[in-house]
Design a protein around this ligand. Structure first.
Ligand code: DUC
Ligand code: ZN
Ligand code: ZN
Length: 461
């Protein structure tokens, strides 16, 4: 039995064309002008609709203690937004090894309805850690993440250099959270001493210069280590200036931004009501000017990917703790299900990027960088049948009333966007239909990802 999608407009990272597409045994088997069907086949009519490769969200935090989305609810939310693959972060548990962390996180993810992989967070450096890094690719993990902020997790420059070198040797790409944590901690102390405790001080104590400084430093260290580096959640013009310079020097660097830095701005943190605290994330929301600079860097190819950075902190007993002291609010925003809708509206519909560019940054590029291409991230023969059918002639109102993610709020509440996600397939099976998630818990498979190789950064990457 096969699944055939007929009459749709297929969108790849380079073109849009009308064709039918057939999926057999979970993989794309034929793409042709017209494909006939047998009685037992599932036929989906996609007339006047776009057929896109499923999104790969390379930056999610499902299953974090105190948050509302585990892998089942979070992956359902992701699927409803057209995401068919996630790469989630592990959390270091300092009483065990990173390989043990991975085993624990793989067990947590068993109920996912979409395919998944992990980036291992590494928060220290010693000879045993270097040995463990060398073993991660055999377990399917070909990316790690380092922090330059947060006392409990941050590594210093020397450690970063050694870890980058070890990662490179193992065929691993290193994600970096680039903010100058030492100085930010001082700025926070100063703010609290002056009783500057409102949510906007979260942004004032994490200024663009501290993101730019750390970004520049991380890139210089990667340059000396001759290692590939991926800067997560780039939020501002200053950091992008440093990032673009490094790329021009030939550093093998990839940049990620998030929908919140394209759609929301620091004014959300300034409102006097208690809602402002919901918008606390790191790096913080920036200005409208930063948004336009980020769009231009997506268009020019400097920024390679979009990650949601989904973290489903509750408002009650979570975000609300920071209303009178921003340092008490957990960091991070929920948004795993709105990436495609937001990028279509603010990117494609409003003319900032093309639809193939959207496919490139949400699917093809993350697949290439993180060792999943061409199994994922493309509509090629032999690729997994991970597909989104998107109707550009309908519209969607983003709201907590209809969302699948677990939070009591939606940071994009009330935004009316062009486009509707009609149907989502994972390896040929329909997992979202008529706005309902029909995929089963446990359908998702753990992805053993390939090592980072030179082809990973060919072309516009
Ligand atoms: N960094 C992340 O990548 N996610 C949530 C919070 C943070 O600082
Ligand atoms: Zn981070
Ligand atoms: Zn994150």
């Amino acid at each position: 039995m096969a699944t055939i999608i007929q009459n749709g407009l297929l969108v790849t990272a380079s073109e849009i064309f009308q064709a039918d597409i057939k999926i057999e045994n979970g993989k794309i088997s034929i793409i042709a002008d017209q494909i006939g069907s047998k009685n037992e086949d599932t036929v989906i009519d996609a007339t006047d609709k776009y057929v896109l490769p499923g999104l790969i969200d390379p930056h999610t935090h499902l299953g974090i203690e105190g948050t509302l989305d585990d892998f089942e609810s979070g992956s359902k939310a992701a699927a409803s937004g057209g995401v068919t693959t996630i790469i989630n972060f592990t959390e270091p548990d300092n009483s065990q090894t990173y390989l043990e962390d991975l085993t624990e996180w793989r067990a947590k993810a068993k109920n996912s309805i979409i395919d998944y992989g992990f980036h291992s967070i590494i928060n220290k450096c010693n000879p045993e850690v270097i040995e463990q890094i060398a073993k991660l690719p055999d377990e399917g993990v070909t990316s790690i993440k380092l922090f330059m902020a947060y006392e409990e997790n941050m590594v210093n420059d020397k450690e970063m250099y050694l870890l980058l070198k070890a990662a490179k040797k193992a065929g691993i790409v290193t994600n970096v959270h680039a903010e100058n944590g030492n100085l930010i901690d001082l700025l926070i102390e100063e703010a609290l001493r002056k009783n500057n405790t409102k949510p906007i001080y979260h942004a004032y104590t994490r200024p663009p210069s501290m993101e730019a400084e750390a970004t520049a430093r991380a890139l210089r260290i990667a340059e000396v280590a001759e290692a590939p580096i991926y800067i997560v959640h780039i939020s501002c013009e200053e950091a992008l200036t440093e990032f673009t310079r490094a790329k021009e020097r030939g550093v093998i660097a990839f940049g990620e931004t998030c929908p919140q830095y394209l759609v929301l701005d620091e004014d959300y943190l300034k409102t006097e009501d208690k809602e402002a605290v919901k918008y606390i994330c790191s790096p913080p929301l920036r200005t409208k000017k930063d948004q336009e600079v980020i769009w231009s860097k997506i268009k020019s190819g400097s920024i390679s990917t979009i990650g949601s950075d989904h973290a489903s902190h509750p408002f009650v007993n979570g975000k609300e703790n920071g209303i009178n002291d921003f340092t008490k609010a957990p960091n991070g925003l929920p948004g795993i299900e709105s990436t495609l809708l937001l990028l279509y509206q603010y990117g494609v519909y409003e003319g900032r990027i093309t639809l193939p560019k959207l496919v490139e940054i949400t699917s093809q590029n993350p697949a290439k960088i993180f060792g999943l291409y061409p199994k994922k991230g493309s509509l090629n023969i032999g690729s997994d049948g991970d597909i989104v059918i998107f109707d550009p002639n309908k519209s969607t109102v983003i709201s907590k009333e209809t969302q699948k993610q677990g939070t009591e709020y939606n940071v994009y509440e009330g935004i009316n966007v062009h486009g509707r996600i009609d149907c989502v397939l994972s390896r040929g099976q329909v997992i979202v239909e008529d706005k309902e998630v029909v995929g089963k818990a446990g359908h998702g498979e753990y992805l053993y990802r390939n090592r980072f190789t030179s082809y990973s950064h060919e072309g516009s990457l």
